[in-house]
Design a protein around this ligand. Sequence first.
Ligand SMILES: Nc1nc2c(c(=O)[nH]1)N[C@H]1C(S)=C(S)[C@@H](COP(=O)(O)OP(=O)(O)OC[C@H]3O[C@@H](n4cnc5c(N)ncnc54)[C@H](O)[C@@H]3O)O[C@H]1N2
Ligand code: MOO
Length: 234
Amino acid sequence: MGIKEINVIRKPRVYVIITGNELVEPGEKLEEGKIYDANSFSLYSALKSAGVEEIETKRVKDDFVEVKKEFYKALEFADIIIFSGGISVGKYDFVRDLMKKERVETIFYRVRQKPGKPLYFGKLNKKLIFALPGNPAAVLVCFYEYVYPAIRALSGFKNIFLPEKEFVLLKEIRKKTDRLWFLKGKIKGNGVLPLDFQESHMLSSFAIADCLILAPRNRKFIKKAEKIKVHLLY
Ligand SMILES: Nc1nc2c(c(=O)[nH]1)N[C@H]1C(S)=C(S)[C@@H](COP(=O)(O)OP(=O)(O)OC[C@H]3O[C@@H](n4cnc5c(N)ncnc54)[C@H](O)[C@@H]3O)O[C@H]1N2
Ligand code: MOO
């Protein structure tokens, strides 16, 4: 056809800033009050499987100046910046203050969902900034429901969200809050089973889940055998 040049879309570059004084590299000695960093690794592999090739991950202390320095580096490098932790209302949660001081445009902060209620999304020039609540399962739920679609959109895809389907619920769901719940689930034929270990700090259910079950906001009890929406993770 004689075409010499075509336009292509560059995949987004992503900079991940992991905050937390308590975090320790896996393999090192775990002292009292410390925990192993899980989110660096879960986010890195989730980003890779979403097709992102250029990823920088940095771990920083809960120190305003340190977090700010890393944010400036991220602005130089990335199209999408992801913070993990430090977005709630604790004494060492600096990310929101930083966003305000740097005049990042807040698109939304806090979502009526579980896990991941303190999720933040903002924009600065053309950069997209997500601050994911630090609990490991909240990080992954927010990644798949919010960051993944942004990556797909910037990568040029038209269908950007996780595929949605309906399945028959294989076990009742009892909710304590009226928030929308994302539950880790396993598909079995035309049914879906909500897995054990659903708390925000628990990752083991994610290791075997193949979908997120959407337990709606206005329902506290959902009966076995009811139809329910799921988002597929494969
Ligand atoms: N007054 C309120 N307090 C809290 C609320 C609220 O709405 N009002 N929401 C709670 C919810 S829900 C979550 S989730 C957390 C999110 O807080 P942060 O984003 O500031 O996260 P951190 O406090 O830094 O961490 C939370 C938890 O997760 C552990 N963590 C953090 N990073 C990692 C990592 N890289 N690997 C493994 N584990 C990690 C951290 O040690 C904490 O235990 O806010 C609640 N509070
Ligand atoms: O997001 Mo928090 O993890 O709802 O517990």
